[in-house]
Design a protein around this ligand. Sequence first.
Ligand code: 5AD
Ligand code: SF4
Length: 474
Amino acid sequence: MSETLEAPPLCAPGREASARGAAKVLVKSYGCQMNVYDSARMTDLLAREGYAEAASEDDADLVILNTCHIREKAAEKIYSELGKLAILKRERAAQGRETKIVVAGCVAQAEGELVLRRQNAVDLVVGPQSYHRLPELLSRAAEGARLTDTEFSVQDKFHALPDASPAQIRARGVSAFVTVQEGCDKFCSFCVVPYTRGAEVSRKVAEVVAETRRLADAGVREITLIGQNVNAYRGEDEQGRAWPLERLLELLSDIAGVERLRYTTSHPVDMTQGLIEAHGALPKLMPFVHLPVQSGSNRVLKAMNRRHLAQDYLNSVAALRQARPDIALSSDFIVGFPGETDADFEATLDLIRAVGFASTFSFKYSPRPGTPGAERDDQIDEDVKRERLAALQELVAAQRQAFNAATVGREIEVLFEKPGRHPGQVAGKSPYMQAVHVAGGRDLIGRVARVTIAGAGSNSLAGRRVEESGGATN
Ligand code: 5AD
Ligand code: SF4
């Protein structure tokens, strides 16, 4: 059963006084940045319904797991988490206290009612395009219904969601995500996204501008435009003309308060010359691109339905470096796709050596139900996948270390975001997405300042503010 609910809310569950005061919600995010963004929007939506934010499960009357289905491990983790929540729910019920459990995100979309059948404690299953209906669904759940809503309508969702208040924005820091595009039409043969997130849809230019203005007015200084295929962005303007991503970035550059722009995640075939050139033309567009390639073997790329050759990727990287010589590259890799030979894997290592990545994400291929890759009968042995992943990770770790070490002695601009791990320290981000720690106070948060990098670890840099070190650089 899948219900679309159009009836007005039957009651406002958040306003039902619990014995401990206002009802509290915890939204736990798994997986990608799209889920981080959606979790924040769900929290804001439920704040309007009277729910306060809970610090942990122990504190929450409503727990929403915003799930990821990209690899088997991610999906299975949700069921073990639900097992723990079921125990909590039972214990509380014995004390007369109610707990509602919601499964949202991509596991919800992919598995629907199966989630309700696998775990009795779940009250609601709500897909990534339906969560704007949570208040109505929760009203039904308050009456004892167990429901699934996995309808698709991206534009409906954004129109139905409330804007975050300046206080909510400030609480989340000076760097924020803005979803500009959802879904994917590429159908890579390993990937569930086209099935869980649906077809590519772009938000309108005016909507993105309005959201960015609100964020900047509340103190956000860095905006990361996000989408499953963000560089395929084709949002309409007021005249119904479709804008490419670079035009949107140019417009957002002019918004007062916006100091940094980024976008993620991109597909190599949508890396147009126009977008590449924007990296040379827009000073606020940060010199860092996450451009997943998955494999360096043309045979594997073809089997993955990636629609480009290894050389096309290298050409895009060269063009990006020509447009912005200091640009840093990041990528995703999958090892052990069905049929991958030692030679194919070597081709991936060759591509990595040829590019030199600042950071990477790498995974063992995980067969996903319903995808063409899962049907193949030439699956790779787990031990081989493990060995290949270890070899790849050794190479990229050395590259990351070398990239970080190369910044030592340089003077770079850092956007300060939060207090550091130690007292008297403040933490920020370099243009190249490196974490940077310096001695300094909270007054720096939200500011971009020049920092001389004094030391580099594999995960972060240490530096001194240029003003404090007397302007010294080398
Ligand atoms: N197995 C392993 N990794 C996968 N990814 C997507 N699907 C799978 C899968 N079935 C990886 C890709 C993608 C990243 C988000 O997750 O590298 O770019
Ligand atoms: Fe998945 Fe490929 Fe679409 Fe990326 S481009 S979301 S990997 S199908």
